[in-house]
Design a protein around this ligand. Structure first.
Ligand code: KIV
Ligand code: ZN
Length: 518
């Protein structure tokens, strides 16, 4: 395969994806996603924006230490301090890359940066030259490129390549571009930038008009060889181009993308999507292309009949090609530790003996309440049990009374170290009463911003997965938990949010102490 036939996949789920309102990930959650992205075969992982927060710095450091195959990238504005922070964060990466950006559109230059074209050009060149002193692999993005005057864009691209950028990314920052027009921009750069062959041309398309995937694909047809995208299309505002959609479009339409390949292992797509959805707390819409729950279900009789006679009548993708297996009954009450541990291996988990033991206890407990256990149940158990959020507050007990014309009242007992904290409060419903009681016990005031309960599989005894998003002052925190009792799942999810809040505040305190000492 020639180098020019390979389209590189740059995943920015951990950076732009984390900018999705409400999606915040801990360092360990980012690591879990990064390890799965490595299995999926992405070429580059943008692991964070190290200068923006201590959490991002630590996440990029951790991902750099643990991953071997993909390039690990950190984002930086075109200023020395950002590039230095990225350098510090990427120290242990086997293949580090810094991604420097500076806006080049008139709107951004005049209103946001208050700088003239020549100043922007100079700052871009200087930043790339500075970055090249610290990194062999430098990517540059003229932010808001799709609204930048073409001749100026071409000049910036030429000069940053000359300064040492090995990848130049053309972002449609506000998702305004139209495929034909965006494609023409890429073609113009390919034909008018004299040194264009010295760099990989990349695209980064937002989805404000729902055109992120189409714009990315058209750009590839016109010469781009790197696509920046996210799992489940997460990202700022309406999100970024969805990785699973660009990949499957290229795979299914080989007639259009003649000879072009990526390194993506498509049977890992579904698992990756599930993991990201679970850890960010952001559900995938059921009719989402490629990995939505409805993508392979045929409701109408005519379609069902057609698929049974010949699958290709109504199904263009084989479910197994994206790793979609449907719900398979796997284990029950009488299954032993060995069968449990073998099934987890098949699901792709490599756990230590202690971790298997820990998850097995929860499995047995669940098997007592639920007759049939499916792969999804096992995945939920493992993710919950191996959550790395320290349980500063542990739920010991709760009770709630409610009914028709009865004011719901809850009692909750929590443990913190050796201390037991309990409280009782009334609420508008049983969940509200429980959440208010936890607030009262802990002396805080949480504002419930989002609350969802989903059945992990079907059936009356299904495992319910609750997720909450709570505002505690300026902090917005997600929490999640599962149980066959949805009230218990909700209470545990709220306690999980409180524990995440406590972890975040401790980290911030340590950071400001360190800053004071400096
Ligand atoms: O959307 C955008 O322009 C970005 C840049 C930082 C590449 O995310
Ligand atoms: Zn972006």
């Amino acid at each position: 395969m020639k180098k020019k036939d390979r389209v590189l996949i740059f995943d920015t789920t951990l950076r732009d994806g984390e900018q999705t309102p409400g999606a915040s990930l801990t360092v360990n959650e980012k690591l879990k996603i990064a390890l799965q992205l490595e299995k999926l075969g992405v070429d580059i992982i943008e692991a964070g924006f190290p200068r923006t927060s201590a959490g991002d710095l630590e996440a990029v450091k951790t991902v750099s230490r643990k991953l071997k195959k993909p390039v690990i990238c950190g984002l930086a504005r075109a200023i020395k301090q950002d590039i230095d922070a990225a350098h510090e964060a990427l120290k242990s990466a086997k293949k580090p890359r810094v991604h420097v950006f500076l806006a080049t559109s008139k709107i951004h230059m005049q209103h946001k940066l208050k700088k003239a074209k020549d100043e922007i050009l100079k700052a871009s060149i200087d930043a790339v030259k500075y970055a090249r002193k610290k990194f062999d692999d430098v990517e540059f993005s003229p932010e808001d490129a799709s609204r930048t005057e073409l001749d100026f864009l071409a000049e910036v691209v030429e000069r940053v390549i000359k300064a040492g950028a090995k990848t130049v990314n053309i972002p449609d920052t506000v998702g305004y571009a139209y495929p034909e027009e965006f494609g023409r921009t890429i073609e113009y750069l390919m034909n008018n930038v004299p040194n264009i062959n010295k760099a990989v041309i990349s695209v980064h398309c937002h989805n404000d008009l729902g055109l992120g995937v189409s714009n990315s694909l058209e750009a590839v047809r016109r010469g781009a060889r790197q696509i920046e995208c996210t799992i489940n299309g997460l990202g700022e505002r309406a999100g970024n181009a969805s990785l699973e959609e660009v990949i499957m479009a290229m795979k299914m339409r080989k007639d259009v993308f003649r000879g072009l390949t990526t390194g993506i292992v498509t049977p890992e797509l579904y698992r990756t999507s599930k993991l990201v959805s679970k850890l960010t707390g952001i559900k995938v819409q059921p009719n989402k292309a490629i990995i939505g729950e409805n993508a392979f279900s045929h409701e109408s009789g005519i379609h069902q009949d057609g698929v049974l006679k010949k699958r290709v009548t109504y199904e263009i993708i084989r479910p197994q090609d994206v790793g979609f297996k449907g719900s398979t009954l796997v284990l029950g009450k009488l299954s032993g530790r060995h069968a449990f541990s073998e099934r987890l291996k098949k699901l792709g988990y490599s756990l230590s003996a202690r971790e298997v033991d820990q998850a097995f206890i929860r499995f047995k407990d669940l098997a007592d309440k639920k007759a049939k256990l499916f792969d999804e149940d096992l995945a939920t158990i493992v993710e919950d049990e191996l959550s790395t959020i320290p349980e500063e507050y542990k739920l010991l007990n709760f009770q709630v009374t409610c009914g028709h014309s009865v004011k719901p009242i809850a009692n909750v007992e929590l443990r913190k170290g050796k201390e037991t904290i309990s409280a009782s409060a009334a609420g508008d419903g049983p969940i509200d009463a429980c959440f208010k009681t936890i607030d009262k016990a802990l002396g805080c005031k949480g504002k419930l911003l989002d609350y969802k309960v989903n059945a992990v599989t079907g059936g009356k005894d299904a495992l319910g997965e609750a997720s909450v998003r709570v505002g505690f002052g300026k902090d917005m925190i997600n929490g999640r938990a599962s149980s066959t009792d949805v009230i218990e799942a909700s209470v545990l999810a709220y306690v999980n949010a409180v524990n995440r809040l406590s972890l975040r505040r401790k980290k911030n305190t340590n950071k400001s102490r360190r800053a004071k000492r400096k």
